[in-house]
Design a protein around this ligand. Structure first.
Ligand SMILES: NC(=O)c1ccc[n+]([C@@H]2O[C@H](COP(=O)([O-])OP(=O)(O)OC[C@H]3O[C@@H](n4cnc5c(N)ncnc54)[C@H](OP(=O)(O)O)[C@@H]3O)[C@@H](O)[C@H]2O)c1
Length: 253
């Protein structure tokens, strides 16, 4: 059935697609009829995700902050058709410490992957989208961390707020070309790593759950399908926005 939620014939690059939300998004985009370019460093995991998809796909193995990888992803996307979408999903939060204990290395690492790489992918993808002349979509993975001062995650929080500023800027610049740019801001989502943390630390699990309004944390699918919406024609009049998908966590603040 043809609906405005369909991604039939649309080519989408997804960074950080070897696991977690990125892998779930690749699955949801593929199930919606889209063709997918998956990017991450873990070659075997990435290939396993690609092999599980129902539709056309390619993998690009490498670090998202590498301009050569950004260019390769756009070149490989062209093998599948005109580039329609980019999901800047790859993100890290390696440092867990109060602000005074963070190091320049922590900041450099987090800024490089969460922010500079997302800008680099957008810089690589936008000319191809504009040249195709059909419009397009960029979705940036923000977080409730952009709004809430989550302790011990100062650099991570700052990159997510900065991503949202980038979203608004690109939305204004590329709206006239029919390219909509939005952020999606998940709350706690049970990727493998988060689920493992919750399984081994019941107090932490209870903390995550108690902060939501609906009394549970979210699933990967509950982030991936809203991303499909943002990539689709159904979101045609939506740009420059940050869409919270947090089980009502910030509403309850
Ligand atoms: N899970 C949550 O609760 C949650 C909540 C709010 C926001 N988010 C955001 O959602 C996004 C995905 O999170 P997630 O929980 O799914 O993370 P995850 O399970 O840790 O997966 C991260 C993905 O990014 C890739 N990646 C990391 N650094 C990379 C690099 N330098 N180059 C290429 N790929 C890289 C990883 O692949 P390789 O290691 O194979 O490279 C992996 O595929 C992130 O931006 C995160 O901040 C997550």
């Amino acid at each position: 059935m043809d609906t405005p939620f369909s991604l039939e014939g649309r080519v989408v690059i997804i960074t950080g697609a070897s696991r977690g939300i990125g892998a779930g998004t690749a699955r949801a985009v593929s199930q919606s009829g889209g063709s997918v370019v998956l990017v991450a460093r873990s070659a075997d995991d990435l290939q396993a995700v690609a092999d599980s998809l129902p539709g056309p796909n390619r993998v690009v193995v490498g670090a998202v902050e590498d301009p050569a990888v950004q260019a390769e992803a756009v070149a490989v996307a062209a093998e599948l058709g005109d580039l329609w979408g980019l999901v800047n999903n790859a993100g890290i939060s390696p440092a867990y410490a109060p602000t005074a204990e963070t190091t320049d290395d922590d900041w450099d690492q987090i800024l490089t992957v969460n922010l500079r790489a997302a800008a680099g992918f957008a810089r690589a993808a936008l000319p191809a989208m504009v040249a195709a002349g059909k419009g397009g979509r960029i979705v940036n993975l923000s977080s409730i961390a952009a709004f809430a001062g989550l302790p011990n995650l100062v650099a991570y929080n700052a990159t997510k707020a900065a991503l949202d500023a980038m979203t608004r800027t690109m939305a204004v610049e590329y709206g006239p070309s029919g390219i909509n740019v939005n952020s999606i801001a998940p709350g706690t989502i049970t990727t493998e790593m988060v689920q493992q943390m919750m399984d081994t630390n019941p107090a932490l699990a209870e903390k995550f759950v108690s902060k939501t309004t609906i009394g549970r944390v979210g699933t990967v699918g509950e982030t991936a399908w809203p991303i499909v919406f943002l990539l689709s024609d159904a979101a045609g009049f939506m740009t420059g926005q940050v869409m919270l998908v947090d089980g009502g966590r910030l509403a309850a603040a």
